[in-house]
Design a protein around this ligand. Structure first.
Ligand SMILES: [Ca+2]
Length: 534
């Protein structure tokens, strides 16, 4: 009986391999590509990066893939998405801000029609292309259709338009249709949750693809809106984490810092608590319970993203396309210290994470989520621009299970993905990024020169040196080999080196449509926001 079972299973394996190689798998040199991007996740929010949040599916991608620990985004939602899609710095794509046609190029918000998107490049290379979730690249002009996913190279798109309620996102673009539903959460299914819906549609597209165009490789871009505020999550998942953060943000930072060092992901002195954050011990018990619940909801939001990643991976396995699918995971910016109430406002009597609440992490927890770094979303210090980047590709002959210290930036993903699929980049464009495929396979490290500008915050990294400036503050200089916590400012000690870096930043700014924030006052009368003050 055992023997016949074994024979049967061997026969099934052969049958599956035959069917797979004959029809269901794309050619070996054209793997499928999945990009999973999360929104406002802190550097150490994944379980494998030191948090207590349960992310087993993403942790497994990391342990079987290559994890970049020196990878960067642009510090903000739309600008990172512009770079992800175009391979350009956001200013070069006219998407540093969305100030409209009167602003200088770079800050208007309309990505030029002739700037090709990753989706268009892959579509031209024979890929079926699917978008699910956040977009944030539509513009202010009347040419709305052209700037939505279906106008920019995606065959199918399920696009979240309103992001102010995870239980009732009342405006969506489902393919070409703008769907406007009730704002009243009572009119929505009680088990509706946006992250789950995004995961479900991802699997619907994947099943549809394998049913209808299995001969083609696919590109699936899953842009989760979690864990961006409002802090919303189903109570049963939040319950898992309630009470687990009563130790406060200082202790949480210490725990994460310790784990990051033990794992060798980042070794640096932990910077002091953000000066805007309240001292935990000065809070009374009731206040601590309230803050604990916020972090519990944040944890639940990431936990649910992970569950959806797990379901997607299971489907890839079930359909026999797991081995030759590249999965790339990252966050668009660091955790956010913003204090904003949008949508229908916050009912202070509502339970944390529930539909009538509208709360943010704020500075204390954001500081902890960005451990071991300084600052938050919107800053160009390490806490604003750093993200884990995980590249998982079972058939890709990659250095699986390694942590890669190569400095990289989201501008590298277009060159990397086009390198992976074996297609040349358009030679009409001077792409600022580089393919990471070589280092994904060999682990070899090269010096890079990378630049940032957002809201007047600036940075440049050359090799292990980073110069960084907070708007209206002096430039600082840090050694990234030993001080990613940005604790020891070497600006005075290494003034000549700093001047060289500043000069390079100025050259880059001039050649990349970056203007000095000081020259744009009419476009941002309310800046700088009080991003993190309670
Ligand atoms: Ca974001």
């Amino acid at each position: 009986m055992i023997k016949s079972n074994r024979l049967l299973s061997q026969y099934l394996v052969v049958l599956v391999l035959f069917l797979a190689s004959g029809r269901w798998l794309p050619a070996a040199d054209t793997p499928n590509i999945i990009v999973v991007m999360v929104d406002d996740m802190g550097y150490s929010d994944l379980g494998c990066f030191g948090s207590a949040i349960e992310t087993p599916a993403i942790d497994k991608l990391a342990s079987h893939g290559v994890t970049f620990n020196n990878f960067y985004n642009t510090a903000r939602c739309w600008s990172t998405r512009a770079s992800l899609m175009t391979g350009l710095y956001p200013h070069q794509a006219n998407k540093a801000m969305s100030f409209g046609p009167k602003a200088p190029f770079g800050y208007q918000g309309n990505i030029p029609r002739e700037t090709l998107f990753l989706s268009e490049l892959l579509q031209n290379h024979g890929y079926s292309t699917y978008h699910v979730g956040k977009w944030h690249l539509n513009n202010r002009s009347n040419d709305v259709e052209n700037s939505w996913p279906l106008g920019r190279g995606f065959d199918n798109s399920y696009c979240v338009v309103s992001q102010n309620n995870f239980f009732a996102p009342w405006r969506m673009r489902d393919e070409h249709q703008l769907i406007v539903r009730s704002k009243d959460p009572q009119q929505w299914p009680q088990d509706y949750y946006m992250t789950t819906a995004i995961g479900e549609r991802s699997r619907v597209y994947l099943e549809m693809h394998l049913r209808e165009t299995p001969e083609k490789p696919f590109f699936l871009y899953v842009a989760h809106t979690a864990p961006h505020f409002p802090l919303h999550a189903p109570a049963d998942v939040t319950d898992k984490y309630l009470g687990k953060y009563m130790h406060g943000w200082d202790e949480e930072r210490n725990r994460r810092h310790s784990t990051l060092e033990q794992k060798g992901i980042v070794v640096t002195k932990l910077p002091p608590r953000d000066e805007e954050a309240i001292v935990w011990d000065s809070l009374n018990h009731g206040e601590q319970v309230e803050w604990d619940s916020r972090m519990a909801v944040h944890s639940a939001m990431i936990d649910i993203v992970d569950q959806e990643v797990g379901r997607l991976v299971s489907l890839l396995r079930k359909r026999g396309v797991y081995e030759d699918t590249v999965i790339i995971f990252l966050s668009d910016n660091g955790a956010s210290a913003e204090v904003l109430v949008r949508g229908d406002g916050d009912d202070p009597t509502a339970a944390a994470g529930s539909v009538a609440s509208y709360e943010c992490l704020e500075v204390g927890w954001s500081n902890a989520c960005n451990t071991p770094f300084r600052q938050h979303k919107m800053w160009t210090h390490e806490g604003g621009i750093s993200t884990p980047l995980i590249v998982h590709w079972p058939d890709g002959n990659i250095a699986s299970g390694t942590i890669n210290e190569q400095a990289g930036h989201v501008i590298d993903l277009v060159p990397t993905i086009m390198d992976i699929v074996g297609s040349a980049l358009p030679d009409t464009v001077d792409y600022p990024g580089e393919s990471l495929l070589g280092t994904i396979r060999s682990g070899e490290i090269r010096d890079r020169t990378l630049f940032w500008e957002h809201l007047g915050n600036r940075a440049i990294r050359i090799g292990h040196w980073k110069a960084v400036l907070e708007y209206q503050q002096p430039w600082q200089l840090f050694d990234m080999r030993s001080d990613r916590g940005e604790n020891i400012d070497l600006a005075k000690e290494r003034a000549m080196l700093l001047n060289q870096l500043i000069s390079k930043w100025d050259d880059w700014a001039e050649g990349s449509s970056v203007v000095h924030w000081e020259t744009l006052p009419e476009f941002h009368p309310n800046y700088p926001f009080k991003y993190k003050r309670k």
